[in-house]
Design a protein around this ligand. Structure first.
Ligand SMILES: [Zn+2]
Length: 65
């Protein structure tokens, strides 16, 4: 498994289909073979980062999930 954002492998599982990248501090949610990336803001809200990536980059398989 690697993070599509930073390419890091320092991922922690935080839920059934949720992971956290300790390298770039984003949350990854796995759904239907696709990853969804969110940035956790200082106030705890999530901002989606999906629009910064191409669909192929977010494929779970492509990132070893
Ligand atoms: Zn990362």
């Amino acid at each position: 498994m690697k993070c599509p954002n930073c390419g890091g492998k320092n991922l922690g599982k935080i839920g059934a289909n949720q992971y956290y990248c300790w390298q770039c501090f984003i949350e990854l949610t796995l759904s239907e073979g696709r990853l969804s990336l969110s940035q956790v803001e200082e106030d705890g809200t999530l901002t989606t980062l999906d629009d910064l990536f191409d669909e192929v980059e977010l494929k779970a398989e492509a990132n070893g999930f």
